[in-house]
Design a protein around this ligand. Structure first.
Ligand SMILES: N[C@@H](CCC(=O)N[C@@H](CS)C(=O)NCC(=O)O)C(=O)O
Length: 337
């Protein structure tokens, strides 16, 4: 059974067996889905909301994590670095304390709460919380509580709620493209972005095989799409592009090996690789991609990997890939073959 880290009724467990009871407790535990809107009016579907204000909110991230990476990118590309403050967790979170702060080359102190570990911040925000302790997490410094820890929600908030201070011209979720973005996200998020995790953390060979099949089938489809246009929805960069980018940029460094997604590498897909480079080269993006953090994280003790699963790849046909003629002394052997 998998070992996980979690807060249960406010108590921290750094090495917990994921029994059905634990899974149920977490499934019905705290959600933290408050939004920040421009004027504090309700969020999507009437979600409770807080007003955008400069200096009020704090973002907890790790540069290793693809979900946190999206929020780092939005903070940068929307020009919100002076509006929303930031603390960086150390990428190695395998020991029992989980995500930790520190004044190191790979992390910062906790600038908002002065805690040593992220689970302490969660406890401070909600003393009886039942939840996994994840990044990214958006914190309200005025009320001393967790606003939200869903990267998809945080992206949408940063995209529009803070436009009085940020760059209002940059819009990754424009009204005219919303249905198309939502449709694409419904394909990419489960099959690619979460798909690499479903493969890597599968508990059985059959679950792994299914996840890997869906992952590479979808990458094939996206390769065809990006062979025709620079970004997923044409000429305009949207939220869906950033979802995909944050997974692809980690693919060869981490997912291919550590999460056993090794049928092909990103570099085996010309259009997907070109798309990743295209986004990487946009001003401000390269600084958000830290391969040392990514590798340290995924090759740390993630604790939940099933040791007996056999990886699917590499899918190579050396015979058709090699066109060189054999030296003459081998021609007799080949003729006999
Ligand atoms: N639903 C979250 C997922 C975030 C997530 O899974 N973060 C990982 C790091 S990549 C984490 O903090 N895991 C710690 C844990 O689950 O114990 C989101 O999209 O923001």
């Amino acid at each position: 059974m998998a070992r996980i880290k979690a807060l249960i009724n406010g108590q921290w467990y750094g090495d917990l067996e994921e029994t059905p009871a634990v899974r149920r407790a977490l499934a019905t535990g705290d959600r933290f889905r408050t939004r920040v809107t421009a004027d504090g009016g309700p969020g999507p579907n009437g979600a409770s909301a807080l007003p955008a204000e400069p200096g009020r909110y704090h973002l907890y991230v790790s540069y290793a994590c693809p979900w946190a990476h999206r929020t780092i990118l939005y903070r940068r590309l929307k020009g919100l670095e002076d509006v929303i403050s930031l603390s960086v967790l150390h990428p190695r979170m395998g020991d029992e304390a989980g995500w930790r702060f520190g004044d190191t080359a790979m992390s910062t102190p906790d600038h908002a709460n002065g805690c040593r570990y992220l689970h302490e911040v969660y406890q401070r925000g909600k003393p009886d919380a039942t939840t996994r302790v994840t990044v990214p997490m958006l914190w309200d410094k005025h009320e001393g509580r967790i606003v939200n820890r869903e990267s998809g929600d945080i992206m949408r908030m940063l995209n529009s709620a803070f436009d009085r201070w940020g760059d209002a011209d940059v819009d990754f979720y424009p009204p005219g493209l919303r249905p198309a973005i939502d449709k694409l996200n419904a394909l990419i998020l489960p099959r690619v972005c979460a798909g690499v995790y479903r493969a890597g953390f599968a508990r059985s060979q059959a679950d792994y095989d299914r996840a890997v099949h869906e992952l590479f089938e979808t990458l094939d489809e996206l390769e065809r799409r990006l062979g025709r246009q620079p970004y997923l929805l044409g000429e305009h960069i949207t939220e869906s592009d950033w979802h995909l980018f944050c997974t692809l940029v980690r693919f060869d460094a981490a997912y291919h090996g550590a999460l056993r997604c090794n049928r092909y590498r990103l570099t085996d897909y010309p259009a997907l690789a070109a798309f990743t480079r295209r986004l990487y080269r946009l001003p401000g993006v390269a600084e958000t991609v830290k391969f040392d953090h990514i590798k340290a994280h995924y090759y740390d003790d993630l604790g939940e990997l099933e040791p007996t699963i056999v990886p699917a790849g590499p899918a190579r046909d050396f015979r058709s890939e090699c066109t060189a003629k054999p030296p003459p002394e081998f021609s007799r052997i080949e003729a006999e073959h």
